[in-house]
Design a protein around this ligand. Structure first.
Ligand code: R2B
Ligand code: URA
Length: 313
């Protein structure tokens, strides 16, 4: 495989603005951001997005709408009179994108391929808009390992299903490895906030490794998919092995999110709530209202962080 070296943020952050590491995208040329139905010729991206400092991603369109509403009340930001919150990507039905002051709240769908497409287009959007100093968050759900359901896990390192800390992609017929390191200072700041803020005291928050898989069922050692070619003891041996390796949760996007943050030269953090303990079962069986409540936990923590850091940016 081809190993991509650590990238130099210097290049990416030339003149403070987010630069693209793609020489084929030329200044002033037409660039259509197809899956979010925006473009640098059809929209005044600078006017619409230049003030963006935080990009918050999460799987579900409804949850990201709810987060946008929550941000409006937390940050005391009003959207233009009479308009309400508008899905700016409404020309496409792939993703939703809301803007609340300097924060974008965007859905990424499920799995790496879906997140990857969105991430490319968001980075180009921020570049065309002339944004600088942008921080990314993924607010997600996951299966926990050996921790109380409803806990938060802040990812210190994302690994693939083989415990390797990079995303491997077939590019031009060869495997290319993109390292998936996350910003440790940002992760520590989030952890400290979770441990001190009264709003986050009703549950535990951990810093740990996150395993990112290509599938929810066999990819995550479940026994309850439509197909299964292994035994319960094989499953438990695997889950215990990865737990001993420091994995605290399993989900399906962190690897791509982390490696793309690194490639784009932006700070990023992954904050996921755990919906169950995978050492105890496979099915997500808690009542709907409890799951809804848990899914607001990453939102609360990230909104607190944003609130604290808005002034300083
Ligand atoms: C967490 O939840 C989804 C699967 O249920 C997936 O997008 C993920 O990472
Ligand atoms: N999301 C996942 O990817 N896995 C789980 O077990 C729960 C949510």
């Amino acid at each position: 495989p081809i190993k991509i070296q650590e990238q130099m943020n210097q290049y990416v952050l030339q003149q403070g603005k987010l630069q693209l590491r793609n020489p084929h995208i030329k200044q002033g040329h037409d660039d259509i951001l197809y899956h979010i139905a925006l473009g640098n010729k059809t929209h005044d991206l600078e006017r619409m997005f230049q003030d963006v400092k935080f990009v918050c991603l999460g799987g579900s369109p409804n949850r990201m709408h709810q987060f946008a509403e929550y941000l409006m009340s937390e940050l005391d930001i009003e959207v233009p009179a009479g308009l309400g919150l508008t899905n700016i990507a409404c020309g496409s039905d792939r993703y939703v994108l809301y803007k609340v002051g300097p924060v974008l709240s965007v859905s990424h769908g499920m799995g790496i391929p879906s997140l990857s497409i969105l991430f490319h287009e968001l980075v180009k959007l921020l570049h065309h808009a002339g944004c600088s100093d942008v921080t990314f968050f993924r607010l997600g759900t996951s299966g926990g390992l050996g921790i109380e359901p409803g806990s938060l896990v802040i990812t210190e390192e994302a690994v693939n299903g083989l415990l390797q800390p990079y995303m491997e992609v077939a590019t031009l017929g060869k495997l290319v490895q993109h390292p998936s390191r996350l910003d440790s200072e940002l992760a520590q700041q989030l952890l400290a906030l979770a441990q001190t803020e009264p709003q986050c005291q009703g549950h535990s928050t951990y810093l740990g490794k996150t395993m990112c898989t290509l599938d929810f069922y066999e990819g995550q050692a479940r026994l309850d998919g439509a197909f299964c070619d292994y035994q319960p003891e094989d499953k438990m041996a695997f889950l215990k092995r990865i737990h001993n390796h420091g994995i605290r949760n399993i989900e399906m996007e962190s690897l791509c999110f982390a490696s793309y943050c690194q490639r784009a030269g932006v700070k990023g953090a992954v904050v996921c709530v755990t919906l169950l303990d995978r050492l105890k079962g496979d099915q997500v069986s808690s009542p709907h209202n409890i799951l809804e409540d848990w899914q607001r936990r990453p939102q609360r923590l990230v909104a607190l962080y944003i609130k604290q850091h808005l002034g300083g940016k």
